[in-house]
Design a protein around this ligand. Structure first.
Ligand SMILES: [Fe+2]
Length: 311
């Protein structure tokens, strides 16, 4: 498919049969017309994860593009991997360029994110989308370091009818502090963080009003493992099953990063995780912005919109 960016042409190439697309020939640092932006929005809604190749994006261009989509999420977390409140430094390097040791708390956060998650699931209003730009990528010979995406719309559809019914009333408890349970060496969360992001529950089956009330699975493996309405043991067993279920190859697109990739993904319908790589040997760095969600996640029995409850 070919579209015009003002005087330019660009192409959208699907990356798998079900989701993911790369966009070629578009320069996001240049002004984008409303018509071009509408075509990008359409692609995003259809493919869930879109990769813009060959982008040269400074922080301002990155922010300007993100703001086309909505309000920025401001990170409440203190002392994570960034010094700017609107950029999250997804990296095993510091913002000053130092290659960090594997036990540095900033690197431990990267290990937490090697588990399936959606960004900011631990907020009452989970995020809409993330926009991530590669600044240092692994060399071709290095193994791992991909970002894997798992399609939770497809995962829900593939459930048995019995599991669809069983999961309908369930919620998962999400909390920012869970990473500390996984890596006790991390510094404890601060009173500021505890107030900013207290534990929340989200429906395990998420309903999407912008997709004609289509349903997806909505859970994470980096921000909890408890299921409301089940005993701790039963909930953790179901959570473990979900973790393995999301890892089925038929739901996954694995993105091997190229220099100057800008990848944008839909946190409402996808999970993602980083694959293992040799952190002591290789540097890997990204700059990420996050577009805030516009409301809490709806479940099958949410009151709005009314059509949801009659489905
Ligand atoms: Fe993430």
């Amino acid at each position: 498919m070919t579209h015009a960016q003002n005087a330019q042409q660009f192409r959208i190439n699907p990356l798998t049969e079900s989701f993911g697309a790369e966009i070629l020939g578009l320069d996001l640092a240049k002004p984008i017309s409303d018509a071009t932006f509408a075509a990008i929005q359409e692609a995003f809604q259809k493919y869930h994860v879109i990769c813009f190749r060959d982008q040269v994006m400074d922080e301002k261009a990155h922010l300007d593009f993100t703001l086309r989509w909505g309000e920025l999420e401001v990170f409440p977390e203190e002392d994570k991997t960034t010094t700017a409140k609107t950029f999250y430094n997804v990296a095993n390097t510091s913002r000053e360029g130092e290659h960090l040791s594997e036990d540095d708390p900033r690197v431990l956060f990267q290990k937490v994110n090697a588990r399936w998650h959606t960004d900011s699931s631990y907020r009452y209003v989970p995020s809409f989308a993330s926009v991530m730009y590669s600044t240092e990528i692994l060399p071709d010979e290095a193994r791992g370091g991909e970002t894997e995406f798992s399609n939770m719309l497809a995962a829900y559809d593939a459930l048995s009818d019995a599991d669809k019914r069983r999961f309908e009333p369930l919620h998962m408890v999400h909390y920012y502090e869970f990473g500390r349970r996984l890596y006790p060496a991390l510094p404890p969360i601060t009173p500021f963080e505890r107030d900013a992001v207290p534990p929340v529950s989200h429906p395990l089956v998420r309903v999407h009003p912008d997709r004609d009330n289509q349903r997806s699975l909505f859970f994470t493996v980096n921000a909890g493992n408890e299921i409301s309405g089940m005993s701790l043991e039963e909930g953790q067993a179901l959570h473990k099953w979900l973790d393995e279920y999301a890892s089925k190859p038929e739901f996954i697109y694995s993105h091997r990063w190229c220099e100057n990739d800008l990848v944008m993904w839909d946190n409402r319908v996808l999970l993602h995780r980083a694959t293992h790589y040799d952190m002591a040997k290789y540097r890997r760095a990204f700059r990420r912005t996050t577009v805030a969600g516009n409301g809490p996640a709806f479940g099958p029995f949410s009151l709005i919109p009314a059509a949801v409850t009659s489905k």
